[in-house]
Ligand binder design. Structure first.
Ligand SMILES: [Zn+2]
Length: 276
């Protein structure tokens, strides 16, 4: 467990200061950057919020901390996407539960996992909660990257960014895929080349996920890789995410790759447009 504290010193230093100064926000967005220890880190964060004795990286054995460790603290609600999206009804249900439930006379916390899966309807409900926060209710939104979350929500949250566990280095194969996708040279002529690099769904999912992470890094570092603008890179993240969803939900493989190329062509056109 000490690893988590060592790997995420900034995060925990910040949290400890917030608690010491009694400055708890009503909404946090944790940008995980694919940090592998995110689940454990959130549990430690919950202990800081709920246990009065938890003020250092030392473990605490009180009833509250034990309940948190066992996922059985009653006033913590976890919200996961129902299908592709987090639904508005899920958010309303949690708020209703909090209103009715007797509690430990302590904070009530809801955690929205994969906050990038808030769609426009659930995001609107979420915005209402964020604009009129109720005392004692804390929202924790968890997302791989802040750029994937609807902007109006991000702007109402305290954003805390975790250190990535390791650099998002691309393999030679992934680099070749990037060369095809991002240099836009004869995208459709390179269709067969692309398919030889990602011959099936499983390999494609792996490669596109790594490439998506690399693009996140470029956006963060404001690095115009392949001469792409920040806006284009953000569009590419959207496209990759859309493709990964299709691959996950068993859309016909060749059709998914075909759509990927068509969408990339639109990014290319934007590039041409910018030059004119
Ligand atoms: Zn405790």
């Amino acid at each position: 467990m000490e690893d988590i504290f060592n790997q995420q010193l900034n995060f925990f230093n910040f949290i400890e200061k917030e608690i010491d100064n009694n400055r708890i926000s009503h909404a946090y967005l944790i940008e995980t950057n694919n940090y592998a220890g995110t689940d454990m880190l959130i549990k430690e964060f919950l202990k800081y919020l709920l246990c009065k004795d938890k003020r250092t990286n030392q473990s605490c054995n009180c009833k509250i901390c034990n309940l948190i460790d066992n996922n059985s603290y009653p006033d913590i609600e976890n919200i996961y996407a129902d299908g592709n999206y987090i639904k508005k009804e899920q958010l309303i249900k949690v708020q209703d539960n909090f209103r009715n439930k007797s509690n430990y006379d302590n904070k009530q916390i809801y955690i929205i996992w994969d906050a990038e899966r808030l769609n426009s309807s659930s995001a609107n409900t979420m915005l209402k909660f964020l604009e009129e926060p109720e005392d004692g209710i804390v929202a924790i939104l968890v997302a791989t990257n802040r750029y994937k979350v609807i902007e109006t929500i991000v702007s109402r949250c305290q954003v805390l960014s975790l250190n990535a566990t390791a650099d998002n280095k691309l393999s030679d194969n992934e680099q070749s895929i990037c060369d095809i996708l991002f240099s836009f040279n004869n995208l459709f002529c390179n269709y067969d080349n692309l398919l030889s690099l990602i011959p099936d769904r499983v390999i494609a999912k792996d490669c596109l996920k790594s490439i998506e992470n690399a693009v996140f890094d470029w956006v963060k570092a404001k690095k115009n890789s392949y001469g792409l603008s920040l806006n284009q890179l953000i569009n590419i993240i959207d496209i990759l995410e859309k493709t990964l969803n299709k691959l996950e939900y068993n859309v016909n493989y060749k059709l998914a790759i075909d759509n990927l190329l068509t969408d990339m062509m639109e990014v290319k056109n934007e590039k041409v447009g910018n030059l004119c």
